[in-house]
Design a protein around this ligand. Structure first.
Ligand code: BES
Ligand code: ZN
Ligand code: ZN
Length: 460
């Protein structure tokens, strides 16, 4: 933690925030020498820039930082790794920053994945008053950091068993129950998960991981995350470029676990079920094959058109199981299709939802919170394209078009019509580095979903 909800120590440096629009007014209130200094170093209040104001004794008297806005979730994200090391607190001048946004952006700006090599420098530290808002922000930041860590961890060190260990640890921290169905035990109940995961090595057996938490009297929320710890494509093997990042194919699971952590740490009045079908999509003599047909948990027969469309295969059993528990809301998150990325790029997860009103509500919230997602349709007109000649449905579309929709409507067949359901096809990765969002694993839509759950289920 680089944000401390405690009194600033002696010698802590005041941090004054401003933005381009108000910088002139803020500067006008300063002593002439300070005004000239900020001008001399070219500071304009541009976001993610800062200027250090020297004291007469050679110490740092204050730092001015430019921000996008007073309550912007990335307001101070550039600070921890660019400001001189030391302790800071929010100063009196300039914009009155929202303390929760300051806490969140500072924590995320300090994030680095340092499992294999140490961070290049010690991040600067921020002291903030403790409040329910700043505490919530730190809980959110911690969950985002653990989501990123899981995605960043290579498949060698994060197979299905290690992913289960990560869930088990979280369950222990929050007094949740943990269970898993492993290997051949999946044949009874979860045959599709077994089929995808059966070619992985003995120490990397497929499993369905389950966490349950909360008061049974509260409304039940079920989260399902795609946990493909490595996606080689299976017998329909990917090319080198397509495989390079596939350690992140458990990004849906990592995000679902991150959201679960937030819900439990904030003690939302819900009953939570987290389900993670965890597999490695590997190649061996016993691998599942193109042309195979499997009877799924729900009784729907699926034909395998392509072993690289494995996500929808493992998710269909998990979704069918989740729906049996009749949650008030079922959410699945998955790095499901390259097609969603072609359509929307890395930054915009695709949201599929039967209710247009609910989808619009979520998209609006996501834009407000700078945690975006974009609505795409569950277009039934394409269902004929995923129907099979010898089984009910096939895991690839007859047409190469609308790949993200084909995957979503495949999943839809496993979710009862009356079930409230969100399907989020996400990338879980930053290709480019931005302040607070380094290249690597990323949490997406979690702040939006948390805000939605709070608005819907927490009595105000
Ligand atoms: N994990 C991939 C999807 C993916 C690829 C997500 C790259 C993000 C970045 C998924 O399992 C997959 O390979 N899907 C195929 C499906 C196709 C064979 C029908 C795809 O999208 O190409
Ligand atoms: Zn695949
Ligand atoms: Zn995949």
């Amino acid at each position: 933690m680089t944000v401390h909800l405690s009194k600033a120590p002696r010698g802590s440096i005041p941090l004054h925030a401003t933005d381009r629009a108000s910088f002139a007014a803020h500067a006008a209130a300063l002593e002439p020498a300070a005004q000239r200094w900020l001008h001399s170093v070219g500071f304009t209040g541009a976001p993610d820039t800062h200027a250090v104001l020297p004291g007469t004794d050679g110490s740092i008297a204050a730092v001015w930082v430019g921000v996008h806005g007073a309550a912007h979730p990335w307001s101070l994200a550039a600070c921890p790794k660019t400001l001189p090391a030391g302790s800071y607190h929010l100063g009196e001048l300039g914009l009155a920053l929202d303390a929760a946004a300051a806490a969140l952006s500072w924590e995320l700006g300090s994030y680095g994945f340092d499992l294999y090599k140490p961070a290049r420098r010690e991040p600067a530290q921020l002291h903030l008053p403790s409040s329910a808002h700043t505490q919530r922000a730190l809980i959110v930041a911690a969950a985002i950091a653990s989501t990123r860590d899981l995605v960043n961890t290579p498949a060698e060190h994060l197979g299905p068993a290690q992913l289960a260990d990560a869930v088990k640890l979280v369950a222990k921290q929050h007094g949740a129950t943990f269970k898993q169905t492993v290997g051949d035990k999946l044949l009874k109940g979860f045959p599709a998960i077994h089929a995808v995961g059966r070619a992985a090595g003995a120490d990397r057996e497929a499993r369905l991981i389950e966490l349950n938490w909360g008061n049974p009297k509260h409304p039940k929320i079920s989260l399902v995350g795609k946990g493909v710890c490595f996606d080689s494509g299976g017998l329909d093997i990917k090319g080198a470029d397509g495989m390079r990042l596939m350690k992140k194919d458990m990004g849906g699971a990592a995000n679902a676990l991150g959201l679960a952590q937030m819900i439990m740490a904030l003690k939302l009045p819900v009953r939570l079920q987290l389900l993670i079908p965890a597999v490695e999509n590997a190649i061996a003599g016993n691998a599942y094959r193109p042309g195979d047909v499997f009877k799924t948990r729900k009784g729907i027969h699926i034909e395998i058109g392509n072993t690289d469309a494995e996500g929808r295969v493992i998710l269909c059993d998990a979704l069918a199981y989740a729906a049996e528990g009749e949650p008030v809301l079922l959410i699945d998150m998955a790095t499901l299709t390259g097609a969603a990325r072609v359509a929307l790029g890395a930054q915009l997860p695709a949201l599929f939802c039967r209710s247009t009103d609910l989808a619009r509500d979520l998209v609006d919230r996501s834009m407000d919170l700078h945690d975006p997602m974009w609505h795409m349709p569950l277009w039934r007109g394409y269902h004929g394209g995923i129907e099979s000649d010898i089984a009910d449905i096939v895991n690839t579309g007859k047409s190469a078009l609308a790949g993200a929709i084909n995957a979503a409507i495949f999943l839809e067949d496993f979710v009862p019509a009356e079930q409230d359901w969100l399907h989020i096809d996400l990338f879980a990765w930053n290709n480019e580095s931005r302040p607070g969002r380094p290249v690597g694993g990323e949490a997406q839509t979690l702040r939006t979903l948390l805000a939605y759950l709070e608005a819907r289920y927490v009595a105000m």
